[in-house]
Design a protein around this ligand. Sequence first.
Ligand code: RIB
Length: 276
Amino acid sequence: MKVLNYGSLNMDYVYTVDHMIREGETQSSSGLKTFCGGKGLNQSIALAKAGIPVYHAGIVGEDGDMLLELCRDNGVDITYVKRLPVKGGHTVIQVDREEQNSIILYGGTNQMQTEEDIDRVLNDFGAGDYLLLQNEINLLDYIIDRAYAKEMKIVLNPSPYNENLSECDLCKVSLFLLNEIEGEQMAGGSDENRILEHLAEKFPEAAFVLTLGKAGAVYFDGKEKIFQNIFEVETVDTTAAGDTFTGFFIASLIRGEGVRAAPSIPTMEEVERGIS
Ligand code: RIB
């Protein structure tokens, strides 16, 4: 069984600000840090750090050296990452004094996959292999259709939630990992139980993991509901927190540890060991 993550690779430009910028306002930032990111890359690195060999597929631009290097350094297989001589995907991220963030995303090369690229990559994968997806690349509908035809197990983090997802046949997805906002957008309503029940009615073959921020996370497969509380840690920047959770959760699942959330969440020591 192989694991393929078909997803975005971005350069993240993170600006420290007092508050989120308002309409018409100019605000000086007190700091700028540049990181490798993209929901796709973050989730591949989380999987690799959680001990699961992962192939990443996607496209970087002319500014993609750091992204490729970080993947390599963390043991992510980049055989299926292509490079184009144009601007790659990037973000402008504001982090305010409460450590909350807001993100402007420029798709760049993440939006340039072709059907030929996808066929070439999926040729090397088959029944029972895992395919992890987010919503930061183009032709997601085509990838889902082709992977489903090959009987791959499709896991979708529908983030960011937007109209592109309405083109996808989401009945082909086996597992959704989403936060409350995406849950509301997909199901309507804001109550977590209503969101999960609505989603389970709409996609009866799928299971769901709904993350609830400080309130923890809940798993639902239409029958069993499992709730997991958070472990308190000091917040520095919440960017990629969801991606890290996704990678570690899927890693636990692949290792056969079951869906009970407790063993899926790494201890502080494990996380520190993983990121040092
Ligand atoms: O989920 C966090 C990621 O979303 C960031 O790394 C940024 O690149 C955006 O894609």
